[in-house]
Design a protein around this ligand. Structure first.
Ligand SMILES: CC(C)(COP(=O)(O)OP(=O)(O)OC[C@H]1O[C@@H](n2cnc3c(N)ncnc32)[C@H](O)[C@@H]1OP(=O)(O)O)[C@@H](O)C(=O)NCCC(=O)NCCS
Length: 158
């Protein structure tokens, strides 16, 4: 489901979970509020047993270039298949609700858990974008992963 301003405390607590600081960025409330209300970002909340399990932030929702980015994803309890479930739902929403042709995601190359989860939902590693993330005051390389609409259609029909 779409997240609202009421979900920001949960989203901010989740991106600040211990152990996540090496993998995921953190925004303050002003930054989140701005993104939540602009046309470029879309926030989804994953819910299981009526409790939030994680969130996904997409950037470039219905963009003129037909390219959308998974800007951030985090789940409360990692390694239990919830991220995969949440991302599958978000991927479907992108390709069903918009005309996106490409959905991409950037991750730190040492985030093996995330890579495995992304591969399981159809993302393919494309290469390293050197210095593409500015993270905690440092320029960092990112592994770019993506899936294209025809690949998603094929997966869906299998
Ligand atoms: C990335 C994230 C959303 C993935 O969701 P998740 O629920 O943990 O992922 P899943 O449990 O669906 O899948 C994880 C896979 O990685 C594997 N895995 C777990 N730890 C691993 C490790 N250290 N190295 C390699 N693989 C690992 C799991 O076995 C599983 O694969 P399998 O089912 O094929 O065995 C979640 O881990 C998370 O919130 N991480 C912290 C924030 C983060 O890294 N965000 C992404 C930034 S790009």
């Amino acid at each position: 489901m779409r997240a609202t301003e009421n979900d920001l405390p949960f989203i901010m607590a989740t991106e600040r979970r211990e152990g996540y600081e090496a993998f995921v960025g953190r925004w303050d409330e002003t930054r989140h509020r701005k993104a939540l209300l602009d046309d470029n970002h879309t926030y989804f909340l994953g819910v299981g047993d009526s409790l939030p399990i994680g969130f996904v932030i997409l950037r470039g929702w219905a963009s003129a270039e037909f390219v959308t980015l998974v800007k951030r994803i985090a789940v409360v309890a990692s390694g239990q298949g919830q991220g995969r479930m949440l991302l599958t739902a978000a991927v479907d929403r992108v390709f069903v609700e918009t005309d996106a042709n490409r959905l991409c995601i950037g991750l730190f190359p040492d985030n093996h858990r995330a890579r495995r989860a992304y591969e399981a939902v159809g993302f393919k590693a494309e290469g390293i974008a050197r210095g593409s993330a500015f993270f905690n005051g440092e320029h960092r390389d990112e592994l770019v992963m993506a899936q294209l609409r025809p690949e998603w259609e094929k997966r869906r029909s299998e």
